[in-house]
Design a protein around this ligand. Structure first.
Ligand code: SAM
Length: 314
């Protein structure tokens, strides 16, 4: 059996909540490494008093959850869920991933990633899968590699569906946290305009650039490496951001510097516990919610910026 392991270290005081969250993220189960009750456990479970010194020396203040993922699961997407839920619960945590050295592992999940028709006009086609385009859909060819963004995760599919409604001809689109580049490429295909994708992760930037080239869009889609909007200049008709609640909230105040009059902001990756907070941040910063969609425990919003709309009429 091949798998990948995520190790999540949490304070023992928050172990119960963290375990409940971990249980929702894995289908294969997990185990907990916790030395906080070592002496009592040794007596009650193993019926011994003598405990090895290396065990006694273990950190009693933190526990580690070991989560195992099957070869067909996209660990990046499970990780996004865990990040969102653990942060929402106010748990301070560290995550380590164990790379399984089996040469086939990195590619095995590809067997489960199939062509996916999205909304009225898009199809996400894995680069290794044929697709018979009977309905004349816009074909987005993708190899996400280790980057987030296959289109199958609820946060991405919600964005793609909202993008279809939000994109207008020749729109200039900014995609914050581009991952595999999926939203930038979709925006360019839907609007026929230009898109800029930005991501903090160099691996995602490399993957996104390859995907842009794969779709023959190098002249219309640019991918930049950087934190949120720090490397971006200019203004856009539409900004999309599939991040996590905290990052969406952080983005809200400064985003107007990047939006053209009448601009739209599409955000996703908002876990249900944080939806009210994100909605409040959007409204406080002048964004009017035009559409709110939910899938599983995730929310996505299409908004327009109020002041800019009214300014544009003056
Ligand atoms: N846009 C893709 C999609 O919709 O499937 C990927 C979204 S993934 C949930 C979030 C992406 O945001 C990751 O690729 C991550 O590296 C990137 N990211 C996280 N923090 C960021 C930051 N501060 N600035 C830019 N990108 C960031």
């Amino acid at each position: 059996m091949e798998w990948t392991e995520l190790r999540i270290r949490v304070p023992t005081a928050q172990l119960e909540t963290a375990s409940a969250i971990a249980g929702m993220a894995v289908s294969r189960g997990f185990y907990v490494e916790d030395y906080s009750d070592l002496e009592a456990g040794a007596r009650e479970i193993a019926h011994i008093d003598l405990i090895d010194e290396t065990l006694r020396a273990r950190d009693r203040t933190h526990a580690t959850l070991h989560l195992y993922f099957d070869v067909d699961e996209n660990v990046a997407e499970a990780r996004a869920y865990l990040d969102a839920r653990l942060s929402a619960a106010g748990i301070s945590y560290d995550v380590e991933t164990d790379r399984v050295r089996d040469a086939d592992w990195a590619d095995n999940w590809k067997r489960y990633f199939k062509c996916t028709e999205v909304g009225r006009s898009l199809v996400i086609r894995p680069s290794w899968e044929p697709y018979e385009n009977r309905e004349g859909r816009k074909v987005l060819t993708l190899d996400p590699g280790a980057a987030f963004g296959t289109g199958t995760h609820a946060t991405t599919s919600l964005c793609l569906e909202l993008l279809e409604d939000a994109c207008r001809p020749c729109d200039r689109v900014l995609d914050v946290g581009t991952g595999s580049g999926i939203l930038s490429i979709a925006a360019a295909l839907l609007s026929g305009g230009q898109a800029v994708g930005v991501d903090i992760d160099p691996l995602a930037v490399r993957v996104a650039r390859e995907n842009v080239e794969r779709n023959g869009l190098s002249d219309r889609v640019t991918v930049l490496q950087g934190d949120l909007t720090d490397c971006v200049t200019g203004r856009f008709d539409l900004i999309c951001a599939n991040l996590v609640a905290d990052l969406v909230i952080d983005l809200c105040p400064g985003l107007s510097d990047f939006l053209l009059p009448g601009g739209r902001f599409l955000c996703s990756g908002v876990i249900d516990d944080r939806a009210a907070e994100v909605e409040a941040a959007l409204t406080a910063n002048g964004y009017e919610i035009q559409a709110r969609r939910q899938r599983d425990c995730w929310f996505a919003y299409l908004t327009t910026r109020r002041e800019l709309c009214s300014n544009s009429k003056n």
